[in-house]
Ligand binder design. Structure first.
Ligand code: UDP
Ligand code: MG
Length: 339
């Protein structure tokens, strides 16, 4: 009897649409003008092309126009649309995290609300996920719409970043992504501030697949990310994901001290002990110069040692989990991420 009861529950569970729910997270900031077109395209793609139950979570990142009112209207007509309003502008990275935390689906798709990430591609993301990928990443291909200086800056950033962190951040990889629910939970455990969502997701690992796409032009307005914000984003990525810059000066100190020591010793022996057989004719000022360089080297080295301690504190303060479990199979437990 009890068995039969379980079966009924199982069957109900299997038919339960919640089990196939897709969540779409869209951070929006002052997108009033372009949003209706974007929403229509997104809705079409989800409803007509994917055909699974879905929820669209618009995260209003403190818009100062009436973007939020618009979404509220849609929500009143269609419960598939949800609105998460942040109390002020927290920046896209944080808005994205808020949306991922609120998502209830088996898979979570994030994309920009300015029309640059074509919603028509969502079926491709879902298909890659159904074929076993846990993280599907949209990669910008073709000619970037950004101007030369932004392009050069971004290519420089990726080169430096990959070299220094040992991580492989693909140039052009975007926030147009799909996350399996198994990735959501460990992602939410990353509580550090100054976050770069892309970098954190890459840090988490899991089975990945890449989808190339040509970004559209922005539907309206100017991108919220000007040079200053982009530079901030780049520095944040470095500071949160690599400690290499901290060590550079320590290494420099070691080299400088070593060279100054060699030079100083040579001068000392040749000039003072042997009475200048090779006629170097080192003046007192030059010797003072060598002494100062030697001391500068020592100061830099001690700075490097301080960095070791700072980096220790830095890592500790991020409170990242020590490891992330993808799958656990043992007696009685057989599940993906969520329990
Ligand atoms: N956005 C946001 N908060 C911000 C800036 C932007 O939520 O402070 C949203 C914006 O509405 C858009 C997405 O993040 O949906 C990408 O922003 P944007 O187009 O300005 O950036 P870019 O395309 O240059 O990466
Ligand atoms: Mg954009």
């Amino acid at each position: 009897m009890r068995r039969a009861g379980y079966f009924v529950i199982l069957i109900i569970k299997m038919n339960n649409s919640e089990d196939r729910l897709l969540s779409v997270v869209v951070p929006i900031y002052n997108e009033r003008v372009g949003l209706p077109d974007f929403h229509a395209a997104l809705w079409r793609s989800l409803h007509d092309d994917v055909g699974e139950p879905f929820e669209i979570i618009y995260v209003d990142d403190g818009s100062t126009d009436d973007t939020a009112e618009l979404v509220r209207k849609w929500h009143a007509e269609d419960t598939n649309v949800r609105l998460l309003s942040l109390s002020r502008n927290f920046g896209k990275e944080n808005a994205l995290s808020a949306g991922i935390a609120a998502a209830r689906g088996k898979a979570i798709i994030s994309l920009d609300g300015d029309g640059q990430h074509p919603p028509e591609l969502i079926p491709k993301f879902v298909e890659a996920w159904r074929n076993g990928a846990q993280v599907v990443i949209g990669v910008r291909s073709g000619k970037s719409a950004a101007n030369l200086s932004k392009r050069v800056g971004s290519s420089l950033f990726y080169k430096l970043f990959n070299k220094m962190t040992g991580q492989k951040l693909l140039p052009g990889s975007t926030d147009y992504r799909l996350l399996d629910q198994a990735v959501r939970r460990p992602f939410l455990e990353l509580t550090e501030t100054d976050r770069i969502t892309r970098g954190l997701i890459d840090w988490l690992g899991f089975k990945r697949q890449y989808i190339n796409f040509n970004p559209h032009d922005r539907q309206q307005g100017t991108p919220g990310y000007g040079y200053r914000k982009l530079l901030g984003l780049a520095t944040n990525s470095f500071v949160s994901l690599t400690l290499a810059p901290l060590y550079v000066f320590g290494y420099l100190g070691v080299i400088i001290t070593f060279l100054a020591f060699l030079l100083g010793s040579a001068v000392l022996i040749e000039q003072i002990l042997l009475d200048d057989p090779w006629h170097w004719k080192f003046t007192g000022t030059a010797m003072l110069g060598i002494l100062i360089i030697f001391l500068v080297g020592i100061v830099l080295m001690s700075q490097g040692i301080l960095s070791l301690y700072i980096s220790h504190l830095h890592n500790q303060s991020k409170r990242r989990p020590l490891y992330v479990i993808d799958y656990h199979a043992s007696a009685g437990i057989r599940e993906h991420g969520e329990d």
